[in-house]
Design a protein around this ligand. Structure first.
Ligand code: GTR
Length: 419
């Protein structure tokens, strides 16, 4: 499928004009929206930076040097965009809330995960809820971890689809770790318990996904007591989420190699899409970091790059590249222009050389469907088919490498060793 970026009708232009002017007046200005009126092509604010360029000015030429660069990229992203997060807590207790027989050999376990940051002060704890849908049969089960315990994306149908495929499905309530506020910030339970860290909400939520992995993978320091003990195949641990939770899922997989696959769905700005390549009508860095909107998702001073994106020392291809040589597939919708699907394609192109360098070319997937901003059963079907193909040796037919937009991404570097 080849698709040009949105064509503009005179009426469409008028509407976008009106919206943009209203945004400007209210202070929620979207420069890319403004300057791309009537343009089919994305606005390109700068070329993508070379992910292989080490801080010392030399270029990665072998895998150990890539590991050095990987650590540099992590620090760059956390130190600039998301904020730093603590390591694992000293202890975590799982306690059972309820068990429900879903029929056909399926069970739903609801558990509370109680986090104890330091054994020295065991009373200082906080907790969050996870729901574990367990399919029929015996483990170890392949698993999907979803950020969020919400009704978004036809949750009931999704639960069935995932269990029909024989996967265990764990969802967790990320907002119990840090509230999802808009236009203001609150110090959430995790931030209060770890005052020395500059993490924004997305980083807190990603840290939560790692704690779910601790529980699912039966890390020896996790105390499950009489609560359910999941039996998960460590080779197939997929982390996914939609929109703000898609940003979270990609960050979690970038940082934690126990996630063998990431599926950011509709993750857009601050997720799998680009700050530098802005499709018409896409969310900008200025908008997302506005104090009226989602400043609290990010490190407090990230908004200094608003209107100044060309100075960013990275774009989201650095985040995506951290998943290599593991598996990633971004799942997006062509009509979800706010999530900048053209920018997601550009980030995919820009990260591909890292996957190629690590002999993992096929691990970098990208899928678009028709429609808008949602997490549909169709998206989950793509997730499952790609996971089955890449991680379970099955060969599913699917459109896993889609580039529907006709423009050239500003990528001027090559795979080390090639010309
Ligand atoms: C939007 C936000 C997006 C996306 C979305 C969501 O308002 O601008 O970046 O995260 O919310 O999470 O639904």
């Amino acid at each position: 499928m080849v698709r040009k970026t949105r064509a503009t009708t005179p009426r469409g232009r008028q509407i976008r004009d009106a919206v943009a002017v209203a945004c400007m007046i209210t202070g929620l200005a979207f420069p890319a929206l403004y300057f791309t009126f009537g343009n089919d092509l994305p606005l390109v604010l700068n070329a993508f930076r070379d992910p292989f360029m080490l801080d010392n000015g030399t270029r990665v030429s072998n895998v150990p040097e890539w590991e050095t660069r990987r650590a540099e990229i992590k620090e760059l992203l956390l130190g600039t965009e998301y904020g730093h997060m603590p390591g694992r807590p000293d202890a975590m207790n799982a306690t059972a809330v309820s068990i429900m027989d879903l029929g056909n050999g399926r069970t739903l376990h609801v558990v509370t995960l109680i986090i104890i940051p330091s054994n020295a002060t065991p009373a200082a704890s906080f907790s969050f809820t996870a729901t574990i849908f367990v399919p029929n049969g015996t483990g170890p089960f392949p698993a999907v971890v979803k950020v969020g315990l919400d009704s978004q994306g036809s949750q009931a149908a999704v639960n069935q689809t995932i269990m029909d495929h024989g996967y265990l499905f764990a969802c967790y309530k990320n907002t119990e770790l840090d509230q999802d506020t808009e236009g203001y910030d609150e110090v959430g339970p995790a931030q209060a318990a770890y005052p020395g860290y500059d993490w924004g909400s997305v980083a807190v939520w990603a840290w939560g996904a790692m704690r779910v992995a601790d529980y699912l993978l039966g890390e020896p320091w996790v105390n499950t007591g009489s609560a359910f003990k999941p039996d998960v195949d460590p080779r197939v641990v997929v982390v996914t989420g939609h929109s703000r939770r898609g940003k979270t899922a990609l960050l979690a997989a970038a940082l934690d190699e126990r996630f063998t696959m990431a599926v950011p769905n509709g993750s857009g700005t601050g997720g799998a899409s680009s700050f530098l390549v802005q499709g018409p009508g896409a969310e900008t860095l200025a908008s997302i970091t506005s104090p009226y909107l989602f400043k609290s998702w990010f490190k407090d001073d990230f908004g200094r790059f608003a209107w100044n994106e060309a100075q960013l020392p990275f774009d989201q291809h650095f985040l995506r590249a951290l998943v290599a040589p593991r598996v990633v597939i971004s799942t997006d919708a062509l009509g979800d222009i706010w999530s900048n699907p053209a920018g997601t394609q550009a980030v995919h192109v820009a990260s591909q050389p890292v996957f190629d360098f690590l002999n993992a070319s096929a691990c970098n997937g990208i899928h678009f469907r028709e429609g808008g901003h949602d997490f549909t059963v169709e998206d989950f079907a793509v997730l499952l088919d790609f996971a089955d193909t890449m991680l379970r040796g099955k060969s599913c037919i699917g459109n896993f490498y889609m580039h529907p937009f006709t423009f050239i991404a500003p990528v001027y570097y090559t795979v080390p060793g090639s010309r």
